[in-house]
Design a binder for this molecule. Structure first.
Ligand code: NAD
Ligand code: AKB
Length: 317
């Protein structure tokens, strides 16, 4: 049995804050238990949960008779380079606790988002397949790669239904991103809408794969509901919508804000971006669970600006 009681860890973050209402709409509000180390006052369902505390994870999973987990609690790439020890503890010990508790409590499905962070400087740059040289050089990437292997291990050794996909950089407007390398994309659009210019922390030609949040939410649900017999992969599906450089995003934003200006001042995040690929081969996700993103760069930019302004806009607005 799955989707009767759905625990979302890290529910206060960029993805969780949108996944919780999304899952609530699909499955019903009373079936979703949002949790985070930071307590949200806006949603009375929220449970305070530190995933590095094994007893606490067990308690929540048992008490709520959880049958499905969307495990989003994590430390992202840039924050992880500032505090590698914390990234290791949350991303590895936290995940281990969730897997162990899921096994003990016969949880039917554990969804664990991975990332393009699993790739490294030796990975080919374009149309990167799932199976390739990975060799990540950030603590974040190392923990994410290990998380994929752990998920496969818990499935093959213990039969745990662990599933995951490698998100590219996610663009959204509801909750700010939590300390990643792709955050510039969100920041750039927000600053333009505020009528300000933007100082970008990546070089103008740093191409990275990206996706708009509605497609990310849809992909999580599609993989969660996919028929097991169709899955040849489990925890490492590549997915992507479009690839973009900061300069291309700037140009797209200028269609709405012609006087918007971006200056480029690469910092330590440039080395992280340089170690990631520019585009991905997402064909396994198409073949095994019918992944089809809807939002192009143009549609994403227009929807972001429209929502940030609180009204529909045209290109010449
Ligand atoms: P985020 O940083 O916005 O949110 C993470 C949440 O985890 C935060 O609310 C934080 O309070 C919480 N958290 C941190 N430590 C915790 C702990 N010990 N116990 C419980 N909660 C804790 O991250 P996100 O963007 O929502 O990412 C969610 C997942 O998706 C992560 O696994 C991340 O690696 C993956 N992902 C995200 C992106 C992206 O662009 N947002 C891209 C690729 C992969
Ligand atoms: C980050 O930049 O750390 C995340 C990711 C791509 O995993 N957005």
């Amino acid at each position: 049995m799955t989707f009767e009681k759905i625990l979302v860890t890290g529910a206060g973050g960029q993805i969780g804050s949108e996944l919780v209402p999304f899952l609530s709409d699909v499955f019903g509000k009373d079936r979703v238990i949002p949790s985070d180390i930071r307590l949200s006052t806006a949603d009375s369902r929220f449970v305070k949960l530190d995933v590095t505390d094994r007893a606490a994870v067990d308690l929540v999973v048992e008490k709520h008779k959880v049958d499905t987990v969307f495990h989003l609690a994590a430390i992202l790439s840039a924050s992880g380079e500032k505090n590698p020890e914390l990234a290791y503890r949350v991303n590895i010990s936290g995940l281990y606790n969730v897997f162990e508790s899921a096994l003990k409590n016969k949880v039917g499905l554990v969804m664990t988002p991975s990332s393009i962070g699993v790739f490294g400087p030796d990975t080919p740059k374009e149309n990167v397949p799932i199976e390739t040289i990975t060799r990540p050089v950030t603590m974040y990437g190392i923990t994410k790669l290990m998380a994929e292997y752990l998920g496969n291990y818990y499935h093959s050794r213990f039969g745990l239904n662990a599933r995951g996909l490698r998100f590219p950089g996610l663009i959204s407007y509801k909750t700010p991103p939590g300390g990643g390398t792709t955050d510039y994309s969100v920041e750039m659009i927000i600053e333009a809408v505020k009528g300000k210019n933007y100082a970008c922390f990546l070089k103008e030609d740093s191409k990275l794969p990206m996706m708009y949040m509605p497609d990310a939410l849809d992909s999580l649900l599609k993989l969660a509901e996919a028929e097991d017999s169709r899955l040849k992969h489990r925890t490492d599906f590549n997915i992507t919508s479009f690839s973009v450089t900061p300069k291309q995003l700037e140009t797209e934003i200028k269609r709405y804000y012609p006087s918007f200006e971006v200056t480029y001042h690469p910092d330590f995040r440039q080395a992280i971006a340089d170690s990631w690929p520019g585009s991905l081969d997402a064909s396994a996700a198409v073949q095994e669970w019918d992944f089809h993103p809807n939002f192009s760069l143009q549609a994403t930019t227009m929807d972001m600006i429209s929502n940030l302004r609180g009204k529909q806009i045209s290109q010449t607005a």
